[in-house]
Design a protein around this ligand. Structure first.
Ligand code: PA5
Length: 466
């Protein structure tokens, strides 16, 4: 397993001092990085943060594999009901291992597909249900809280859809991942005898891909979850090391944090040159945004910090976004995700056409082209003073993907420590949720109903003025 981080294009010696980091600045940042490592370790040892332990939870992996073995062959579709951290990791794994939509191999009981219901758009849900056969569907409901409105509403529809066709047998077609000993979903699962798996309390949604949250759907669609965990465990070993040379997660965290803060790069573009990593880019977008976008430090000082993550796909977005990236505001740092080896290099036929725009490509391959495009884009951005760096994965397989997800989680957690914020909560989403509960008539949200009414009254009176 090899994942390298090339930071050269963040350095002043390559990109110039206005946009690149000097050796003195990097030296100065060293103690902060070591402090972040020590403080994350302390939180982990105290049991506050649980994600670093996930790769070693072999018992849960065993129980998931046992269940997957028992139900294998009885479904051709896994229907995942969940949202945010309860869905995006599964998308990353499915896209990485089974290939990007819409070009995945045909699905069957031997090769089940994953349908992720992570939005309450009624036409999306209706179309998804129409595309599935209740007799060949296994529903997996994932909600750490056990009460997320979108997940519960969708689950009620899926449960009804299964029951209408299967009657009491529907219970055997539903599995749940939630928190142990609490939440209404957990209670319902017990009442209705659903297969149930738990995620540890000290693992938040967006850090949970290597818990039952991601592992159960992955195992059900045939992903080798032991290899995922093996790669993640190897990355965890290096992520606890003190040396910035070997600790890729810590070095990336230090440099990303430094370039953001010292050169005002308030946007990070995650730029995979691999359709298989596209799901991971969206998973990362949530991880970086929800973990680092915070109003206050741990001491309560108001900071309103955060770096906006953007997902772009190479080479596709070279023809959509790169004009802005090259010539627009210089407020971004670009993180390319490259892949060394593709299972099939995509040979371009040797056929000669006599046309200059065609013939130089004949006999080459797509892997060389996509690599050239990535390196060319990095060089062009660098010439324009746009700092960038690159994670190179040797290949996209279970071990590398497990390691890369864990690397991103460690990097995010380290940056959280550097900012002295709590990277593991999400207070900012609570108010919108409470207004939704109030609008949907949930008991106990009268105060929010009132606040919402006041807001509507203000809006009704708003004019553009004279
Ligand atoms: O990262 C997080 O904690 C959130 O994005 C949650 O995953 C998301 O809100 C869904 O929560 P739950 O799993 O409780 O339905």
């Amino acid at each position: 397993m090899a994942i390298l981080f090339d930071h050269s294009n963040l350095l002043a010696s390559v990109i110039g001092e206005e946009n690149g980091l000097t050796p003195a600045e990097i030296k100065q940042a060293g103690p902060g990085a070591r402090h972040a490592l020590a403080s994350l370790r302390k939180g982990f040892d105290a049991g506050t943060y649980g994600f670093p332990a996930l790769p070693y939870q072999t018992e849960i992996a065993k129980s998931i594999l046992k269940y997957a073995g028992e139900v294998r062959g009885t479904f051709d579709t896994v229907c995942l009901v969940g949202i945010g951290g309860s869905a995006l990791g599964s998308w990353a794994l499915d896209c990485g291992m089974r290939g990007p939509h819409p070009v995945q191999r045909a699905f069957s009981a031997a090769n089940p597909r994953l349908v992720i219901l992570d939005n309450v758009d009624p036409s999306f849900i209706a179309a998804a249900l129409e595309s599935m056969n209740p007799k060949k569907t296994l529903a997996v409901v994932v909600a750490k809280s056990g009460s997320t409105a979108e997940t519960i509403a969708t689950f009620l529809i899926v449960r009804n859809w299964l029951t209408a066709k299967l009657g009491r047998k529907a219970s055997a077609r539903i599995a749940v991942v939630t928190s142990a000993g609490k939440g209404d979903l957990n209670q319902l699962a017990a009442n209705e005898d659903y297969a149930t798996f738990y995620l540890p309390d000290n693992v938040g949604g967006r850090f949970s891909v290597l818990s039952a949250v991601g592992l159960l759907p992955a195992a059900l669609i045939g992903i080798d979850i032991r290899k995922l965990l093996k790669g993640a465990a190897a990355m965890t070993e290096t992520a606890w090391q003190k040396s910035l040379d070997t600790n890729t997660a810590l070095r990336a965290a230090m440099l990303h944090h430094l370039i953001w803060k010292s050169r005002n790069k308030t946007i990070q573009v995650a730029f995979p040159y691999s359709n298989r990593l596209w799901g991971t880019a969206f998973w990362f977008r949530q991880l970086w945004a929800e973990s680092l976008g915070k109003a206050r430090t741990r001491q309560g000082v108001q900071v309103h910090t955060g770096q906006t993550p953007v997902a772009a796909l190479g080479t596709t977005d070279q023809h959509s976004q790169v004009q802005l990236y090259m010539e627009g505001p210089n407020d971004k740092v670009f993180t390319f995700w490259g892949v060394n080896k593709f299972p099939d290099a995509g040979r371009i036929p040797k056929d000669r056409t006599g046309f200059e725009a065609f013939d130089y490509l004949a006999g080459q391959n797509l892997a060389t082209l996509i690599d050239a495009e990535r390196r060319a884009t990095a060089a062009a951005l660098t010439e324009n003073g746009r700092p960038n760096c690159t994670f190179m994965l040797d290949r996209v397989d279970e071990e590398h993907l497990g390691a890369f997800l864990q690397l991103m989680e460690f990097e995010t957690a380290f940056v959280g420590e550097m900012l002295d914020i709590n990277a593991f909560d999400q207070e900012g989403v609570e108010l919108g949720k409470k207004f939704t509960f109030a609008l949907m008539g949930r008991k106990g949200y009268g105060e929010y109903s009132q606040r919402f009414d006041n807001y509507e009254k203000k809006r009704a009176k708003a004019t553009l003025g004279k």
